[in-house]
Design a protein around this ligand. Structure first.
Ligand SMILES: Nc1ncnc2c1ncn2[C@@H]1O[C@H](COP(=O)(O)OP(=O)(O)OP(=O)(O)O)[C@@H](O)[C@H]1O
Ligand SMILES: [Mg+2]
Length: 318
């Protein structure tokens, strides 16, 4: 449905499963990523994002299912995959006691960059990550934002086709985060495929498409706009001086799925809003609450995500 046509698929995931003993961390996840796409991977803590990435990087063997990256099978061709991918793990694996340049030289060695290409490649990634002036700085003294850019530079020093970024922006301020996304964008423009996990819903908007998972299962797949369109509810902002009573009243109405405080206002999520502002005012007035205004609120990916997770929980076993 929401699968768009690709000229070339960089990642194919088909019914991937990972069990640790009796516990199923990844439970039959499927999706494809097109070459050059920025693909978001969203899910709550413990939903199986890092486990999936580790299987796609050939670091962890799947219990069942198939997956390929850059046309290579993650089980039978795991070693070849490792030279075609870059992986930035949740904890940047940098050496604090090495300088920026020494870290890059180390990763160029790990990724087997040809000796005659090392200087040129390190120059290119320093430039890309805007770290040229810091090449002799001790890594341990860098701020988190700089470390993050160095971790990315290290992950692309060997010009990988596919880049896996596992929560690359956690702990980074909004300005550095925005700069980092510019970097990801410029890599994707050169044809690099990027799979990135995030908890920041705003970041998911920068992705061409995204998959949402919960408890190891896929709950949605599509572009941010498609996912919002598929959202079955409407959210209204109610302004009132009597917000606590308004909330108590609204949460008992059958068409209201959720009533929650949002700053000084009340947000109510309705199945379908067929009422005018006046009708809402009358409805609240009958229940003894005076309200000033009613405004529709633009649906966010967070709304979509929370409702998908709630409905997945309500239909366990479906
Ligand atoms: N080696 C392991 N042995 C046993 N259980 C594991 C192992 N690795 C992960 N798990 C469990 O699998 C589940 C999924 O973990 P995973 O790290 O993939 O989640 P995540 O979506 O990346 O979470 P977060 O957002 O916190 O990084 C968790 O319940 C975790 O405890
Ligand atoms: Mg993780």
């Amino acid at each position: 449905m929401t699968e768009r046509a690709c000229d070339e698929k960089a990642i194919v995931v088909d019914g991937l499963v990972k069990r640790f003993g009796d516990f199923t961390a990844v439970d039959g996840v499927s999706f494809d990523v097109c070459k050059g796409e920025i693909f978001g991977f969203l899910g709550p803590n413990g939903s199986g994002k890092s486990t999936t990435i580790r299987m796609l990087c050939g670091l962890l063997t799947p219990t069942a299912g198939n997956a390929s990256v850059a046309g290579l099978d993650v089980v039978t061709q795991a070693r070849q995959i490792q030279s075609r991918i870059g992986y930035m793990s949740q904890k940047f694996s940098l050496y604090d006691d090495l300088t920026v340049m020494e870290n890059l030289l180390f990763f160029a060695g790990v990724y087997k960059v040809k000796p005659d290409r090392v200087e040129q490649r390190i120059g290119a990634v320093l430039d890309l990550a805007n770290l040229t002036a810091d090449s002799n700085t001790l890594t341990g003294t860098l701020s988190v934002g700089y470390k993050q850019r160095l971790a990315l530079a290290s992950a692309v020093v060997h010009e990988p086709d596919v880049l896996f970024l596992d929560e690359p922006t956690s702990g980074v301020d909004p300005v550095s985060r925005r700069r980092f996304w510019d970097l990801i964008d410029s890599l994707a423009r050169t044809g690099v495929t990027v799979l990135v996990t995030t908890h920041v819903m705003e970041e998911a908007e920068y992705c061409n498409r995204l998959v949402m998972i919960d408890k190891g299962r896929r709950v949605a797949l599509g572009s941010a706009a498609e996912l919002k369109q598929g959202y079955a509810f409407e959210v209204l902002e109610i302004r009132t001086r009597d917000v606590m009573n308004a909330m108590r009243v609204a949460e008992n109405w059958p068409d209201v799925v959720e009533a929650a405080l949002f700053g000084e206002d009340l947000h109510i999520t309705c199945r379908e809003n067929t009422r005018t502002t006046l009708q809402w005012q009358e409805r609240f007035a009958k229940a003894g609450v005076s309200i000033q205004s009613v405004k529709p609120v633009e649906v966010t990916l967070e709304d979509v995500f929370v409702s998908l997770v709630a409905s997945a929980e309500g239909t366990t076993g479906a």
